[in-house]
Design a protein around this ligand. Structure first.
Ligand code: NAG
Ligand code: NAG
Ligand code: NAG
Ligand code: NAG
Ligand code: NAG
Ligand code: ZN
Length: 438
């Protein structure tokens, strides 16, 4: 009797955040994952961000999080949504390429190319759908592809000429997502914004333009908070705000000697294919028999260039074991872009550098009915967002490389208890029924 009373009290404690359905099945709250591309971990420190500050009190903030090596948009976003290292999920670059045929496609051209994304690791959209949930992707990288023949229930893909910074459109997209949750009962939605990455590249991270776009993002987060209230979702929607990598200022002549690889080797005679001129990470496929020649030419060429043969890539980078990784891999020291034959002075800021560099670290914020308030999390690897999302949604995770122990401390203490109690309640019902029959 006493334990039943305790149970009743516990149930009523849980009920305010988790409506008990008539059945024994526990209901889980909805989840919105938002990514602001290229949001360096400390971008909110030199701008007034009242809404992000309020979220610190209302929810969870990680000091910073560490993206996977390779700190690029598609590889990192796909690690977040699959919980898999890049060598496992196979999206090893923003560009889709074939080092035999020399095909290269830009990031936007890959967005509907399933053969680039669908390499065996199932993203959370598909795993959740297979377990009965309804999911959607609003511009999130990978959301436009099919996986084992399955499409995401609702998917919008960015057009080639999509502007990154239109604040009116940003708000409309939030309205759309709110409708998906309220009118169409979606359980899990991913929403992507191309800023502050775009500004960070164009003018560099240490600029007023970057501070202005952070203020715009903060207003958008304020709009989101209001929209959640207006749509009565405050008690049933969890929100995670994160990003894929940071940004650093590119070092230029005459401050440093820039890296231009053609100064050290002959591309024409030594290389078959290269992926360079794309930030701090690059790959080369030498011509047959020229592997050692390329390696020798570059190994000690420039003090700020690190060269690996594929088999030398450190294990803890977790990207070597994939056939898309080429024989020679290059990484520049922070701020040293890997230029091949010319130096294109387009980008003032860039990424792709080691994920150990503070400038490559990114943000993690979360709030909603299942999160603790005013909780400062220690840094963790972005790969551990995946098991957290599965837990929040009540989805049995696909095989993954994340650690729930990194992230579950930010959930309310009674998160699991509420789940157990629902089962106990059904047991109780059965027992009561049984005893009334006897
Ligand atoms: C790459 O191109 C080669 C030559 O055209 C082709 O044989 C191969 O199948 C392609 N690889 C992939 C993964 O598409
Ligand atoms: C995904 O599959 C659907 C149904 O088979 C098809 O209509 C659609 O074109 C496919 N999309 C991609 C990106 O391959
Ligand atoms: C911004 O988006 C709104 C709503 O989609 C649109 O009406 C407006 O023309 C856009 N502004 C610019 C400068 O593209
Ligand atoms: C570039 O290399 C020099 C010489 O080894 C070193 O002193 C400097 O710290 C390096 N720069 C970066 C950003 O690592
Ligand atoms: C990552 O997870 C996959 C799937 O469980 C597994 O096959 C792989 O070995 C893991 N990678 C590491 C480095 O543990
Ligand atoms: Zn990015």
């Amino acid at each position: 009797m006493k334990s039943e009373l305790l149970l009743l009290i516990a149930v009523s404690l849980c009920v305010h955040s988790k409506p008990l359905s008539g059945t024994a099945k526990r209901t889980f709250n909805k989840l919105l994952l938002i990514s602001f591309d290229g949001f360096r971990w400390n971008y909110d420190e030199d701008v007034d961000t009242p809404n992000m500050d309020a979220l610190v009190k209302e929810g969870v903030k990680a000091k910073y999080i560490t993206p996977p090596m390779i700190t690029m948009t598609s590889p990192s976003h796909f690690t977040t949504i699959t919980g898999r290292w890049i060598e496992d999920h196979g999206v090893v670059h923003n560009m889709m390429f074939n080092s035999t045929s020399l095909l290269k496609l830009t990031h936007k051209a890959t967005l509907k190319r399933s053969e680039w994304w669908d390499n065996g690791a199932l993203p959370l959209w598909i795993t959740a759908q297979n377990q009965g949930l309804k999911t959607a992707s609003f511009f999130y990288p990978g959301g436009g592809a099919n996986y084992s023949g399955q499409a995401v229930d609702r998917s919008l893909v960015e057009a080639f000429d999509h502007p990154d910074d239109n604040e009116t459109e940003w708000r409309q997209n939030i309205d759309t997502v709110m409708d998906w949750f309220t009118k169409e009962d979606f359980d899990f939605v991913t929403l992507y914004y191309g800023e502050p990455d775009n500004v960070g590249h164009m003018v560099g991270p240490e600029t007023n333009e970057r501070r202005k776009i952070i203020a715009q993002i903060d207003r958008t987060i304020g709009y989101l908070r209001e929209a959640i209230q207006k749509n009565s979702l405050a008690n049933s929607l969890n929100v995670i705000i994160t990003s894929d990598h940071g940004m650093t200022t590119i070092k230029k002549n005459p401050d440093v000697k820039e890296i231009k690889l053609s100064e050290y080797m002959n591309f024409l005679t030594l290389t078959h294919f290269d992926l360079l001129d794309y930030g701090g990470f690059g790959m080369i496929r030498p011509r047959k028999g020229q592997e050692q020649a390329v390696y020798d030419a570059l190994k000690n060429a420039h003090p700020n260039l690190t060269v690996y043969k594929k088999e030398e890539i450190p294990e803890n980078f977790h990207f070597a074991k994939n056939s898309r990784i080429q024989d020679i891999v290059l990484i520049g020291d922070l701020g040293f872009n890997l230029n091949s034959r010319f130096i294109f002075y387009v980008n003032k800021g860039d990424h792709g550098f080691s994920n150990e560099e503070m400038d490559m670290k990114t943000i993690f914020r979360a709030f909603g009915p299942d999160f603790k308030k005013n909780y400062l999390s220690e840094p963790f690897n972005s790969i551990s967002i995946y098991p957290l999302m599965c837990k929040l949604l009540g989805v049995k995770p696909a095989p993954n490389n994340g650690s729930l122990s990194d992230t579950e401390g930010m959930l309310l203490e009674n998160f699991d208890a509420c789940g157990r109690i629902h089962i106990s309640v059904s047991l109780l019902t059965i027992m009561t029924l049984l005893s009334s029959l006897i």
